[in-house]
Write a protein that binds this ligand. Structure first.
Ligand code: NDP
Length: 469
């Protein structure tokens, strides 16, 4: 699998015509994927169930070494994987995009391999001895969205495998090629059945989450689907980690240097062309620096090339699908109709074959506007003016979701004070959206529950057992 064509051939459907996959930048046909049904799901679950005992019985060092060999295989196939990802998802090869995403898969696998979760002695006082150990939860269902289809899959799969579980993964129907390509490379190394993949739509996902064979469901996607999964899992009491939607606020204090923070603000909002769970989706800027921040952000936005992903110069791409183009278009039109001021962008070509939405900054927007209150998940950032920090904090918290937030200031202590008042799973200071394999990540409110990454992430894919005596 050392070429893009080799990868695509390896994952092409073997029975039936499959479903065509089109490039979101051009509309061009790029491949075909299988469409799995209940019989395929049964086969995948049986494969993962059969593989469970042998995988769990492996010595921890052996599983660790296997994860490193999986990382080696991804590294060896990095360029073909990045090209498949770029063509299917739309994200450019360069910038914090396709090559970055494949590199992150490698880094995450290695960091997860190196993270130990030993048992701990909780009481040992001469009379009582009790030890807490972490055991595999069984088979994990790993259900992923279309924005970071490889990286998010690894976030779910790597800790699950590390803890001795087997996995059935379901990529989004919008990025099935990417999910299958990644799994094909991983399965060059993994024993049969340890990682199974089901390629289908939300209906097969719904079937999956109601199945009793799963000990755990790892889900990243929308809040609406998360709620359906909670209901479906109730019958089996299946454990859940839910990383759901966000509408992250950034708050800029009056003491910043606008030119110095403009690029950080830009990538905080526009990474992956805005299609990122923890991207900055609304920006609150103090009146004293409002015009200067708007001008500096506009200058950065105007220099960032958007276009076809395989073109090496681009750092922004199309939206992945027409549905998301429609969401962004509707929200920006509502903002324009309300009298908000478009600083750049806002005029998409609705007749194009692809789904490009231009980089858009909207100033002087009412804090109650739908572009501020709803998750746009695309390249359009509303910039709200404030003069009272208490009001900015109130507005930032006045939504139902709470994934991330950021505070931008030259005074770290002041920024940390404000961070403590924000209802979000992560608050960044002078950056937005960066994740790290050792730093726990998860949402509050309707952004979900459960933590991923690091030791907390390993605990989430295991079951505790106390040995007392
Ligand atoms: P969805 O929730 O629609 O889909 C996510 C995954 O769930 C897909 O694989 C989907 O399959 C599957 N699915 C759909 N219905 C069900 C069901 N009833 N039971 C089980 N699985 C199901 O999200 P999107 O892919 O549309 O992603 C967009 C939204 O997700 C964003 O607007 C954002 O809010 C959120 N998101 C959150 C992230 C986070 O980390 N918090 C990251 C990325 C996105 P299929 O696509 O094949 O229908």
């Amino acid at each position: 699998m050392d070429s893009e064509a080799g990868l695509l051939a390896a994952i092409a459907p073997t029975d039936g015509p499959g479903r065509e996959v089109h490039d979101p930048a051009t509309g061009e046909l790029i491949g075909t994927v299988p469409v799995h049904g209940t019989a395929d799901l049964d086969r995948a679950i049986a494969g993962a169930t059969n593989a469970r005992r042998a995988w769990a019985a492996l010595d921890d060092d052996e599983r660790k070494a296997t994860l490193h060999r999986v990382a080696d295989a991804i590294e060896a196939a990095a360029e073909p994987l990045a090209r498949v990802l770029s063509r299917e998802q739309g994200k450019p090869l360069n910038g914090p995009n396709a090559r970055f995403e494949v590199g992150a898969c490698v880094g995450w696998l290695r960091a997860t391999a190196e993270t130990p979760l030993p048992g701990e002695v909780v009481v040992d006082d001469g009379e009582t001895y009790a030890e807490l150990r972490y055991r595999p939860v069984g088979t994990v269902a790993a259900i992923t969205p279309w924005n970071w289809p490889m990286m998010i899959a690894i976030w779910q799969i790597a800790p699950a495998l590390r803890m001795g579980n087997t996995v059935v993964a379901k990529p989004s129907e919008y990025t099935t090629l990417s999910g299958l390509a990644l799994a094909a490379v991983m399965n060059e190394v993994l024993p049969e059945g340890v990682l199974e993949v089901v390629a289908g739509d939300g209906a097969i996902g719904a079937e999956m989450v109601a199945r009793p064979e799963f000990g755990k469901i790892m889900f990243t996607g929308s809040t609406a689907t998360g709620k359906r999964i909670i209901e479906a899992s109730a019958g089996n009491l299946t454990r859940l980690t839910l990383e759901l939607g966000g509408n992250d606020a950034g708050i800029v204090l009056p003491d910043v240097d606008p030119a110095a923070i403009a690029e950080g603000l830009f990538w905080g909002a526009f990474i992956n062309t805005g299609q990122t769970c923890a991207a900055m989706k609304r920006l609150y800027v103090h009146d004293d620096v409002y015009d200067a921040v708007c001008a500096a952000l506009t200058a950065v936005a105007e220099q960032m090339p958007m276009g076809v992903g395989l073109d090496e110069q681009n750092v922004l791409g199309p939206l992945q699908n027409r549905m998301q183009f429609g969401v962004v278009d509707r929200l920006v039109e509502a903002a324009k109709a309300s009298g908000a001021r478009v600083l750049v962008g806002g005029e998409p070509d609705r007749e194009q074959a692809g789904h490009f939405y231009p980089t858009t900054l909207v100033a002087d927007i009412d804090p109650g506007n739908p572009l501020v209150l709803e998750e746009q998940f695309g390249p359009a950032l509303p910039i709200v003016r404030y003069s009272d920090i208490d009001e900015a904090v109130r507005l930032a918290n006045d939504v139902e979701v709470g994934l991330g937030a950021s505070v931008w200031s030259g005074d770290r202590d002041r920024a940390r004070e404000i961070a403590a008042r924000l209802e979000a799973g992560t608050v960044w200071i002078n950056s937005h959206g960066g994740v790290h394999p050792m730093i726990p990540f998860g949402g509050v409110k309707q952004s979900g529950y459960g933590l991923e990454f690091g030791v907390e992430g390993l605990k989430a894919v295991s079951v505790p057992q106390v040995v007392n005596g």
